[in-house]
Structures are given as structure tokens and as C-alpha cells.
Design a protein around this ligand. Structure first.
Ligand code: HEC
Ligand code: HEC
Length: 286
């Protein structure tokens, strides 16, 4: 069998699996209200830039089972809160040669970091597109004299979760025009590019087939406003870039690295597809 031939078969199999109408299921008709006091918009009219692509946008939460959705309704049941608490504890611990903690400069996390997650990723003063992880490491290395944390390290996960919780219930608020526009365009192009042996783009699954099943997974729109999420499968926190990596790998393509320029651009574009939805600050996923 030639390589070209096997590729064609794989692509045909994937297309068949995705177009099989029998495997469609309605998403949940449910409302998210964390602890009964923080209502979260999980369904909204799509932003104007999505015209012709999507009419409404939906949180991935709506595509999960009753049990998984219930875990996100209450912080006592949401396993990500253990990580959030560790991040909040670390907020006031001095580290590095300057002997400073995050709290020394930013004050209480609930005030200093309110709304920050909703604006990420965004341009820094030099015009580079930065994710929350970059901002945190910039403070650690350049302001605290401490070592950078790995993108998917424990302390980074804990801190990004702790900061994201402070934006719960606030609408996605990314800037996509002006100097951010070229990054957004690059991310958009990636979103519609077919990757790997399966020749599938993000849109093949998350725009054309959300609501359908792929193997045991009920496909969502692949939104990121709930990230970082707790994945039951890994029993741990998963970052946005790590999720992108997994999805590209599933198309049997060489994937980009966490923190790569490609994933920064893709993050901005995917974030903008969630405009209208609220930040969940620690979703729970299978
Ligand atoms: C010495 C003071 C200082 C320390 C210590 C510090 N930061 Fe910062 N941080 C800043 C300044 C200044 C900015 C830039 C603010 C701006 O330009 O808007 C910033 C920006 C940020 C941002 C981006 C905020 C935004 O709205 O764009 C995040 C996130 C952040 N810091 C997290 C942290 C974390 C987490 C720690 C501890 C690990 C920390 N910082 C420690 C001073 C500090
Ligand atoms: C072969 C189909 C497929 C492709 C192609 C694909 N994904 Fe996914 N993706 C999935 C499945 C399955 C899940 C888990 C169920 C769900 O939330 O859709 C998922 C989940 C996600 C999630 C988590 C959503 C949530 O709320 O937990 C994000 C974000 C995501 N994908 C982004 C992307 C991006 C960006 C691309 C393109 C680089 C992409 N995916 C390509 C199948 C795919």
C-alpha cells in the first residue's frame, strides 16, 4: 500500500465517522451557576466575525454528561479548586533574589487579577502576543529574580487556575483589531488548515461537526473560555496549548509546542470565537 493510498483511506474513514448523522446528540439544556451565586453565560449569539460560520456559541460544558456538568456547579465537587487553592497560597510566598511575592506588587489576587484572564492572550508593551503563562514568567524572571516555571508545570497550572477563577462570570474580552490583527489572522488561517494524515482542520471537528460523536466523545465547539480545565482522564490540570497539542496529534500530524508562536496566534483566534461567553475559571472535562 503506498503512503498516498493509506492517507486517502484514513481521510475517507475520518470523513465517514464525522458525517454519520446517526451519531448526533443534542447538547444539554442546562444553566451553569457556580455555587448558586455566580451565573455563567454558556450559550450566546456568535460574534459578528463568525458570520457564515456559526450562529451561536456554546461552552464545552453543555456537551458533557450530567455528572461531569454537576461537578462544575459546585466548588466542593470541582477537583480544580484544590489546584486553585495551591496557587492562591503561592501568591503571597516570596521567591527569587528580590525577595518579593506576587501579592507585594499586585495586592489581593481577587482585586489585582480580576478580569485579567478574560483579556488573554494580549499584546505586551513590545507588541508581542503573550499568554497568561508569559506574563507570569516575565514577572518571575524580570521582577522577582526567580526561575521561570515550565508551561505545564505544577506551579504554573496552580497559578493560572487561581488567576482564572478571579474572572469567573466575566465575558471573554480579547482585542483582535489594531496591532493584534495580524496575529488573529494567522490564528484564523491555522484554524481552517487541514492537518495530518487525516486531513482535518479544527473547523472540520469543532465547527462542522459539533454535536456529533467521534468515537465516545461528544464534539463541542472547542472553546477555551473554561480553561485551564481539570481532566478526569488525566486527574490533573490541562492548559490551553496542551489541549491544542492533543487535538492536532489526534489528526496524526506533527504538532506545535506549548508556548510556540503558532499556538499563541491560535489561542487568540480561538478565544475570539468565544466572545459572548463567560470565563468559567476552571472547567471539568472527561
Ligand atoms: C515587583 C513587582 C511584581 C511582582 C513581584 C509580580 N508582578 Fe506581575 N506584574 C507587575 C507589573 C509592573 C506588571 C505589568 C503591569 C502592566 O503593564 O499593566 C505585571 C503584570 C502581570 C500580569 C499581567 C496582568 C495584565 O493585566 O496584563 C500577570 C498575570 C502577573 N503580573 C502575574 C504575576 C504573578 C503570578 C506574580 C507572582 C508569581 C507576579 N505577577 C509578580 C509587577 C509584579
Ligand atoms: C478529529 C477531530 C478534532 C480535531 C481536528 C480537533 N479537535 Fe479539538 N477536540 C476534539 C474532541 C473529540 C474533543 C473533546 C470533546 C470536545 O470538547 O469537543 C476536543 C476538545 C477540544 C477543546 C476543549 C473544549 C472544552 O470545552 O473542553 C479545545 C479547546 C479544542 N478541542 C480545540 C481544538 C483546536 C484549536 C483544533 C485545531 C488545531 C482542534 N481542536 C482540532 C476533536 C478534535
Amino acid at each position: 500500500m503506498t503512503l498516498r493510498f493509506s492517507r486517502t483511506i484514513l481521510a475517507a474513514t475520518a470523513a465517514f465517522a464525522l458525517s454519520s448523522a446517526a451519531l448526533h446528540a443534542e447538547m444539554a439544556d442546562d444553566e451553569l451557576n457556580i455555587n448558586g451565586d455566580t451565573p455563567i453565560t454558556v450559550k450566546a449569539p456568535a460574534a459578528s466575525h463568525l458570520e457564515g460560520h456559526l450562529d451561536e456559541v456554546y461552552s464545552g460544558w453543555l456537551f458533557r454528561t450530567d455528572d461531569t456538568r454537576a461537578m462544575e456547579q459546585d466548588d466542593f465537587d470541582n477537583p480544580i479548586m484544590i489546584f486553585a487553592e495551591k496557587g492562591m497560597d503561592n501568591w503571597s510566598v516570596a521567591d527569587g533574589s528580590e525577595g518579593k511575592s506576587c501579592a507585594d506588587c499586585h495586592g489581593d489576587i481577587s482585586e489585582g487579577m480580576k478580569g485579567v484572564r478574560a483579556t488573554m492572550p494580549k499584546l505586551n508593551a513590545k507588541g508581542e502576543l503573550w499568554s497568561m503563562e508569559d506574563y507570569i514568567n516575565d514577572c518571575r524572571t524580570n521582577r522577582m529574580g526567580a526561575e521561570a516555571w515550565g508551561w505545564d508545570s505544577g506551579p504554573m497550572h496552580n497559578m493560572t487556575v487561581a488567576i482564572s477563577v478571579q474572572s469567573r462570570g466575566m465575558p471573554v474580552n480579547v482585542t483582535i483589531d489594531g496591532d493584534a490583527a495580524p496575529f488573529w489572522e494567522k490564528g484564523k488561517e491555522m484554524y481552517y488548515t487541514r492537518y495530518g494524515q487525516l486531513e482535518l482542520s479544527c473547523a472540520s471537528c469543532h465547527e462542522e461537526n459539533y454535536g456529533n460523536f467521534i468515537r465516545a466523545d461528544h464534539l463541542s465547539q472547542g472553546q477555551i473560555q473554561a480553561f485551564p480545565v481539570y481532566r478526569l482522564k488525566n486527574a490533573g490540570v490541562v492548559s490551553i496549548h496542551n489541549r491544542f497539542k492533543g487535538c492536532i496529534r489526534d489528526t496524526r500530524a506533527e504538532t506545535f509546542g506549548v508556548g510556540s508562536p503558532e499556538f499563541h496566534a491560535l489561542e487568540l483566534y480561538v478565544a475570539s470565537r468565544g466572545m459572548g461567553l463567560d470565563i468559567e475559571g476552571g472547567g471539568v472535562r472527561p
